[in-house]
Design a protein around this ligand. Structure first.
Ligand code: FAD
Length: 401
């Protein structure tokens, strides 16, 4: 994976290219296509032009073209470049005003560079916001070999999605990526002071947490080894590849039983390891039996296989051939930043977010798996975009009251 520090170089170079093409006042009439280096403002501003004649004696008979749009937009652009893009050319440093409060280095700081964080950075970048994205690089699906169910990216490697997302952000010099852990964040007045690993503190006007969650694996020998290669948690992610196959389900009490019933949509050969049927409760146990799902009371001793899971060894020595084991275990927030900043949580431990990924803390947004919706990569990306839209709307309202 290319380091974000390495990415800062070309991005900075592109910033310079854009600024110089802006200074030249060249309109789109000079060429039919817009290159990646074209300035990002609408054509209408640049194409309004009138022709007049040069006074005689100027040495040229060619009509003089005065581009009012160019003059105006040069002024506007310079301001934009100063306010929004300057940070891409200079390394950001934390600054404090005379009262000691942190001054905003960035419009938005995003913690987490998974689908949610990358998607938010893209939308905010295109809105000319100065963005810092800090990512520790430990995505939830790192153990997986294929990402499924993501429109246009079905069956790609999860790291490819991330790398493509990062590569495409390099077009935007106002978006800075750093491979660094965010250690702490505090609200200081209307802004946030964010401490990075290594001690640097940066300021931002809005903070987006896209830090994801972590799954607890079943306490079974081999669970970690086969995670993503026969051990899964989500039927929507890995059910298709295991359709019609002999499956096992692991989960304490009712959790495993409910997942087993859900998986019935993918296979009719399911064994659930949920302890004694008494722990499941008579109603759920009845449902399992009705749908042909076997309840196995003997504990699992170990998972066996070579590259992928092949069988489950039970504590009494029996070996059960199974292609996959799905588990229903508790998950937890990957970061405690939301808790430390005072976010409200749902009963299930997700951050309680509003329609646009807002939280109960002003200026703080949470998107992706750590918020309360469906936990799929494409949903996380969509939530990142929604949060970005809301953040930019809030900033616009502040900038242009
Ligand atoms: C084994 C497995 C397979 C899966 N398969 C699929 C699938 O096929 N299809 C699908 O749609 N979904 C799948 N998922 C779910 C998918 O991985 C998540 O929905 C998605 O990754 C959520 O994206 P996110 O951006 O919210 O979080 P993540 O992708 O987890 O990204 C969060 C990022 O934030 C970083 N971070 C956390 N704390 C900090 C901090 N303090 N400072 C800096 N960085 C930090 C992490 O290191 C990480 O890079 C799978 C999950 C697992 C576990």
């Amino acid at each position: 994976m290319r380091s974000p520090t390495a990415e800062a170089g070309p991005a900075t170079a592109r910033a310079a290219t854009r600024s110089s093409s802006a200074r030249s006042g060249i309109s789109d009439a000079d060429g039919p296509s817009r290159s990646a280096a074209s300035p990002p403002w609408p054509d209408a501003r640049r194409s309004r032009s009138v022709a007049s004649s040069r006074p005689s004696g100027t040495g040229s008979d060619r009509p003089l073209t005065i581009r009012y749009g160019s003059i105006r937009s040069r002024f506007v652009r310079n301001r934009f470049v100063r306010n929004r893009l300057a940070g891409a050319a200079f390394p950001s440093r934390s600054r404090r005003d005379e009262t000691g409060d942190c001054v905003s280095d960035y419009d938005v700081l995003i913690v987490g560079g998974g689908p949610a964080g990358l998607s938010a950075a893209l939308i905010l970048g295109r809105a000319l916001r100065r963005v810092l994205l800090c990512d520790e690089g430990k995505g939830r699906n790192a153990a997986s070999h294929e990402l499924h169910g993501f429109l246009t990216r079905d069956c790609t490697h999860p790291s490819e999605l991330r790398q493509t997302g990062r590569d495409q952000l390099r077009r935007y010099p106002n978006v800075e990526l750093r491979e660094v852990r965010v250690e702490d964040a505090r609200k200081e007045g209307a802004r946030y002071a964010v401490t990075l690993a290594g001690g640097e503190t940066v300021g931002c006007r809005k903070l987006l947490l896209a830090t994801g969650i972590r799954d607890d694996l079943p306490p079974i020998e081999g669970a970690e080894r086969f995670y993503g290669r026969g051990v899964y948690h989500c039927p929507y992610c890995d059910g298709w590849e295991n359709r019609g196959a002999p499956l096992a389900v692991y989960g304490p009490e009712a959790h495993g039983a409910r997942l087993a019933i859900e998986l019935r949509g993918w296979s009719d050969d399911i064994v659930v390891f949920s302890g004694e049927s008494a722990a499941i409760g008579p109603e759920l146990a009845g449902r399992l039996r009705r749908h042909g799902i076997a309840i196995e009371g003997t504990p699992v001793a170990a998972l066996e296989g070579d590259e992928c899971l092949r069988a489950i060894r039970l504590a009494d020595g029996r070996v059960l051939e199974r292609k996959a084991l799905f588990f229903a275990m508790p998950d937890r927030q990957a970061s405690d930043l939301a808790e430390r900043l005072g976010c409200r949580f749902t009963r299930r431990g997700a951050v309680d977010t509003g329609t646009y990924e807002t939280t109960n803390v002003p200026g703080l947004y949470v998107a992706g798996d750590s918020s309360r919706h469906v936990q799929l990569a494409i949903v996380a990306a969509s939530e990142g975009a929604m949060a970005a839209f809301a953040i930019n709307s809030e900033l616009l309202a502040e900038d242009f009251p």
